[in-house]
Unconditional design. Structure first.
Length: 164
């Protein structure tokens, strides 16, 4: 596992590469989503930082502190870090896949999808309240279920109507 700033910096570099802007809230949600998919697909967490249930969805407090100077604006440079951390090839591929799947979503959309009913965020808020740590077991279960649902949909034959 790596620090959340390592994953955030990877997303910042991908945004620069693709010529798109990225905000603090988008980074928060993308890092969280990548962590969730890592738990589901790689059977291990991606980040070592804790994730908390804040008003607008999952937040990584350490990352929030590093990005707070940007407010709601564009994050235009990588986060300085002591000691560089490198991603394993499968982690890099996962982050790039998350980027490809979610990079067109606004901060508001990402926030909305991460705190709908029955998400790890909503379960945590109901059980423990805002600013509580979201249990990794909730995140793992949610993203495994999401993956299973995607696989199930791909296997279902397309609904076709017969000619009458």
């Amino acid at each position: 596992m790596v620090r959340a700033t390592t994953i955030a910096n990877t997303f910042i570099e991908l945004a620069k590469r693709d010529g798109v802007s990225i905000t603090n809230m988008q980074l928060q949600k993308l890092v969280y989503i990548a962590h969730g998919w890592s738990l589901a697909l790689l059977s291990r967490g991606l980040i070592q930082d804790r994730v908390e249930a804040w008003q607008w969805g999952p937040v990584i407090p350490s990352l929030y502190r590093n990005l707070s100077r940007y407010g709601a604006g564009e994050v235009d440079s990588t986060i300085p870090m002591l000691g560089e951390q490198n991603l394993k090839p499968e982690e890099q591929a996962l982050v790039e896949s998350v980027w490809k799947s979610y990079n067109q979503m606004s901060a508001f959309t990402l926030s909305t999808i991460t705190h709908q009913e029955n998400t790890p965020w909503s379960r945590t808020v109901k059980e423990s309240g805002l600013r509580s740590v979201i249990p990794e077991g909730y995140i793992t279960e949610y993203y495994r279920d999401l993956y299973d649902e995607q696989i199930r949909r791909k296997r279902e034959p397309a609904n076709t109507q017969s000619d009458q």
